[in-house]
Each structure stands twice: as C-alpha cells, then as structure tokens.
Design a protein around this ligand. Structure first.
Ligand code: RIB
Ligand code: CA
Length: 317
C-alpha cells in the first residue's frame, strides 16, 4: 500500500503533539516534514517539541523540521498560551532532548521544497495559524499545483468559536493568511470546532492504551499522560468536564488519513478579515445560488467521534 506523504505544519502544543504521534505511527502515513509556526508556543519551541517527539517515536534524524513564521501576515506577534499548553507548549512534560537540529531553511521554504519533491501527492496538515502556507504562496504562487490537499484544523460551523464568540484560534490568529489559503488551494478541508469539540480524549482512553500498547510505545503513553494533565486541567476549568479534552489537531490528522470517519459538505467560503467583532469568522455561502467570490472549501460536518479517538490510540497497540 502506498503511504500518503504528509507535511505537518504546527504550533506544536499538546494536541499538535497527538497529531504528530499519530502521523509517525500510522501505517497509512509517511511523515516527510514538519514546519512550525508561533501560536501555542514560539515557533522555535514548537520545533524543539517536534524534534523531541520525533525522537520519542524512534525517528530521530529522519524527518526534517523547520522553524517557520513568528509573526502574522500583518506583522503581529502572537502571545503563547501557557495556561492552556504549559510553559514549554507540551504541558510541562519533559522529553529526552533530540540531537537533531532544525533545518537551515525556514518553514515556508521547506514546505515549497517538499511540495515540489512530492509533486501532486503531498498532503499538508495545518494545525496552527496558516502563516507558513500563506508566505509559501507569496514566494511560490504556483504552489497549489504541487499540493494535493490541505487539511486545516480551524474554524467552526454552527458552533461557537473558542477565541471569540464566532472565531476559532488558528483562523483568527491570522485571518489574512487563512483567507489566502482558502482562496488559493483547490482542495482544502476544514476540520473545525463543530467536530473537534465532539471528539473528546479522556484519561480512561490513555490508561486503556497503557494497558494494551506495544511495550516500545509505553514511553509515548507516559508522555501523553504528563502532557495531557495540564491540558485537561485547562479543559476542566473552561468546559467543566474533568479528565478529558478535545482532540482538535489529532482529528485533523486522522481525517487526512482516514476520511471515512467523517462526513463532509462543500461551500464557497471566505474568512472575515475586517477588524470588527466577526474578525476570523469562517463564512460559507450556503445560499441556494451562492454568489460569494472564492473557491469551494470542504467542511467536516460530522464525525464518528468515539471511533476516531479509539483509532488514534490503536496505532500504539
Ligand atoms: O482552536 C484549537 C487550535 O488552536 C488547536 O490547533 C490548538 O493546538 C491551537 O493551535
Ligand atoms: Ca495547534
């Protein structure tokens, strides 16, 4: 079976880490690179986290990691969110340090290089703000012809936002970048809060995985337990549910590799880039005769949530 070449573009926090582990462990994926962006933590720390997780999964030195954009297209710096993802972005979990260094090229350049190397095959899974993809598009306007699909954890459809009443964090952090991505690439899938907030990972899932996983994966489960403690405590405070958290980024990676776990609809879609109350809102034109200027974007509208969580953990069994 041919594996799907995946580039993960992440602000490697706790749920990005789950997406990364799934890509590294799934027999369906060939992870060919990681690019990082500021968000949950700094772009540099996100690269260190990615390198250490790659080492934890036994792949040190085999996957290039490049530090990407530190500011948005408008030049704004995102403040990290230690209250959600901990001081180091991975809930304070301490990992054996990788000796692998980030690439000399930056995130957008690595993305462009790998898109050309895997022309027509590369699937980009973006789990942070979309600045790297937008900068790559500016540097290489024909990038869309090389990329097969872009799967974005971002936005929300008929469900509240998390950063603002209507906007999700990855989109509202750089709406100009998101709008450029949505209007440039032919095949974009948005995996938004409407499905990720249904896909709850619990400590029970983690403990079951500890009992059933292959012995060589036990250090990965130990890492998940440590990183998730901080993240789940945040969820308990903000959502009132103990010992569980949404699998935002993990679900995006899962649906990139296993689209059969979701159901989908397509609409012409833009992003609100105004400075008003709705900045960062995803705007699909659901009228019978759509007149919005833009491209069709695919939305995950439903997910087999429990089966999806189990599948994510099963790669460690
Ligand atoms: O809104 C959730 C998203 O914001 C996730 O990707 C999380 O890691 C943060 O980047
Ligand atoms: Ca993320």
């Amino acid at each position: 079976m041919n594996r799907i070449p995946i580039l993960l573009d992440a602000d490697t926090g706790v749920d990005d880490a789950i997406a990364l582990i799934y890509a590294l462990k799934s027999p369906l994926a060939e992870l060919v690179g990681v690019t990082t962006v500021s968000g949950n933590t700094s772009a540099e720390q996100a690269a260190r986290n990615s390198l250490d997780i790659i080492k934890l999964c036994g792949m040190e030195g085999r996957i290039p990691v490049a530090v990407g954009e530190k500011v948005t297209l408008r030049g704004e710096a995102e403040a990290p969110v230690p209250e959600i993802h901990g001081e180091n972005g991975i809930g304070g979990a301490v990992l054996p340090a990788s000796v692998q260094k980030p690439e000399a090229e930056d995130g957008p350049d690595l993305l462009i290089r790998l898109a050309k190397e895997y022309a027509g095959e590369l699937v980009v899974v973006a789990t942070g703000q979309l600045t790297n993809l937008a900068v790559a598009l500016r540097r290489c306007p024909d990038l869309p012809k090389y990329v097969k699909k872009v799967v974005v954890m971002g936005g929300t459809l008929d469900a509240p936002g998390n950063r603002t009443p209507v906007a999700e964090a990855n989109i509202v952090s750089d709406p100009e970048a998101a709008d450029l991505v949505l209007t440039s690439f032919e095949d974009v899938l948005l995996v938004g809060l409407n499905v990720t907030m249904k896909t709850m990972l619990t400590m029970d899932h983690v403990e079951k995985t500890a009992r059933l996983c292959r012995p060589e994966n036990l250090p990965i489960v130990d890492f998940l337990r440590a990183a998730l403690r901080h993240y789940m405590d945040f969820y308990a405070r903000s959502n009132g549910v103990a010992d569980s958290c949404a699998m935002h980024d993990g679900l995006a990676m899962l649906l990139a590799l296993r689209p059969d776990f979701g159901t989908y609809r397509r609409w012409i879609t833009r992003v609100d880039c105004s400075d008003g109350l709705c900045r960062g809102q995803i705007v699909p034109d659901r009228r019978r005769r759509p007149r919005l200027e833009g491209r069709f974007v695919e939305f995950a509208v439903d997910v087999e949530a429990e089966a999806a969580v189990n599948e994510m953990m099963r790669v460690l069994f």
